[in-house]
Design a protein around this ligand. Structure first.
Ligand code: C5P
Length: 296
């Protein structure tokens, strides 16, 4: 039995730099991860099956609509393997929420099945497989903080970012990524990669405040005003140094000076908004440092 963490992805900034003929948008984004994660467990079985458990498990299907199942089926296809696997997904991250939960699950499934089925990754195009599943799957498969270019397939590691305590908050509303891209009206903007890796949270915040935004925030907010309430709640939760939306929303994150303050802020936000999901965690630059949480 192999259990792997499927951590949340955070877009620390996200610029839309252009659009391809097929409708996909070209991005410049700095992606990192959070310690909070879904867990994917794979074990030997004759058939391929998926069971979803955990707090958000009942919001997902266990058939080919689920990216986990799609990842397993496509991996079988490109490797010519016909083995089965019993896959269990502990779903702790809110779905359709801008933190790449489904993409992380798909990436963890690929990593788990590569080990279970003894696949030699060098012989197969796993990056191509990842991109075919979704624009965020390559960065999740890579698993390290990086600048993303293209539609998400160009990955340049940024190095170790500060392990900042963070609070993540989702208002419990699904936001469909295609609708957010469609609602964009702003002009395309240039890429704004850093030339050096920030060593402290203060430096990171300074760089993020320097003409680097999440440009999907305005269109997402026009579709889902609750995002504004989330940013306000985070900003007012005490000691929040910086608050921003991730991906196409609606999850937002705030940076805090220490974990105790982050935990107090998450509790405060949860108490005032019982229907929201709020959690204190930390920024992670290398997901290989995470150990899979197998508690439900
Ligand atoms: O690749 P993924 O399935 O995550 O993308 C969902 C949708 O989001 C796409 O069909 C597209 O409408 C939009 N998208 C985009 N440009 C990107 C990523 C996603 O336009 N770079």
């Amino acid at each position: 039995m192999i259990s792997l963490p499927a951590p949340a992805k955070l877009n620390l900034y996200l610029h839309v730099t252009g659009k391809r003929d097929d409708g996909y948008h070209l991005l410049d984004s700095l992606a990192a991860f959070a310690a909070v994660h879904d867990t994917v467990t794979v074990e030997d079985a004759n058939d391929l099956s998926l069971t979803n458990i955990g707090p958000f498990g009942d919001q997902l299907s266990n058939d080919q609509d689920n990216l986990v199942m799609q990842a397993a089926l496509r991996l079988r296809e490109i490797t010519g393997i016909s083995a089965g696997a019993k896959i269990t997904l502990i779903k702790r991250l809110p779905v359709a929420s801008g933190i790449g939960g489904g993409s992380a699950d798909a990436a963890a499934t690929i990593k788990g099945l590569v080990r279970l089925w003894d696949i030699h990754p060098g012989q197969h195009d796993l990056s191509g497989l990842a991109l075919s599943l979704g624009a965020d799957v390559p960065i999740c498969l890579f698993g390290q903080a990086a600048f993303m270019g293209g539609i998400g397939e160009e990955i340049d590691p940024v190095g170790d970012l500060p392990e900042t305590p963070i609070v993540m908050v989702n208002p419990g509303v699904d936001v469909a990524t295609p609708s957010v891209f469609k609602a964009r009206t702003a002009a395309f903007s240039p890429a704004r990669r850093f030339s050096e890796t920030p060593e402290t949270t203060k430096q990171l915040i300074h760089l993020l405040n320097d003409n680097r935004d999440n440009e999907l925030m305005i269109p997402a907010l026009s579709l889902e005003p609750a995002i504004g309430e989330v940013i306000s709640a985070l900003s007012a939760s005490g000691d929040c140094r910086f608050a921003r939306m991730s991906g196409s929303g609606a999850t937002c994150f705030g940076f805090f000076s220490d974990m105790e303050k982050a935990e107090a802020a998450a509790e405060k936000v949860s108490k005032s908004n019982p229907d929201w999901w709020a959690t204190a965690t930390r920024l992670v630059s290398d997901t290989r440092s995470l150990v899979a949480d197998t508690t439900i």
